[in-house]
Write a protein of this length. Structure first.
Lengths: 113, 113
């Protein structure tokens, strides 16, 4: 069964600190992996997308990595800001037609002043 | 602003009542989706429409029906609401190409009592 797991479930850090969120997946076939940010009461918004051949991709203070061999991805947030408080969701596309998306449960990040 | 618009934002139903959740997008996307999000779980696909005139079941379709009214609008209907359908519902749209991400609506919080 296709699954996406994320850790930790929740995380609290101080403003200005760095943090890393983890995503492990057992999805086949693998097409791509996305990280989304979901603010409270809002829909998810895409941060990065990575295909099989990509190891690292950055979007401002967000850097995603992908190890397709171990089926792991991470999202590193640098110099956190209060506005980074949100849920971060890892999503793996499990086909080549863009119709089979497998969502992780998300990591809830709280950034405190 | 361009995007996905969902109505209503909040709704409380009694068990057995029916209602329709509305979704419209103005990005000329071909594909539209309905997801539900429950605490501690990833978003789960209820139904999707790959293009105007087509609809298909997702992971959790029981108790729901959908209508792709035109290219812009995709509605979700609960014929006889049950407490198990208490959830946050998200509509999303995308291009059919696999490497295009979703654009999500802001969600409908539904409580069935």
């Amino acid at each position: 069964k296709n699954q996406v797991e994320q850790s930790p479930q929740s995380l609290i850090i101080l403003e200005g600190k760095n943090c890393t969120l983890q995503c492990n997946y057992t999805v086949s076939p693998f097409s791509n992996l996305r990280w989304y940010k979901q603010d409270t009461g809002r829909g998810p918004v895409s941060l990065t997308i990575m295909t099989f051949s990509e190891n690292t991709k950055s979007n401002g203070r967000y850097t995603a990595t992908l190890d397709a061999d171990t089926k792991q991805s991470s999202l590193h947030i640098t110099a956190s800001q209060l506005s980074d408080s949100a849920s971060y969701i890892c999503v793996v596309t499990a086909d080549n037609y863009g119709q089979n998306f497998v969502f992780g449960p998300g990591t809830r990040l709280s950034v405190l002043p | 602003n361009a995007g996905v618009t969902q109505t209503p934002k909040f709704q409380v139903l009694k068990t057995g009542q029916s209602m329709t959740l509305q979704c419209a997008q103005d990005m000329n996307h071909n594909s539209m989706y309905w997801y539900r999000q429950d605490p501690g779980m990833g978003l789960r696909l209820i139904y999707y429409s790959a293009s105007e005139g087509t609809t298909d079941k997702g992971e959790v379709p029981n108790g729901y029906n959908v209508s792709r009214l035109n290219k812009r609008e995709f509605s979700l209907r609960l014929e006889s609401a049950a407490p198990s359908q208490t959830s946050v519902y998200f509509c999303a749209s995308s291009e059919a190409e696999y490497n295009y991400g979703y654009t999500f609506g802001s969600g409908t919080r539904l409580t069935v009592v």
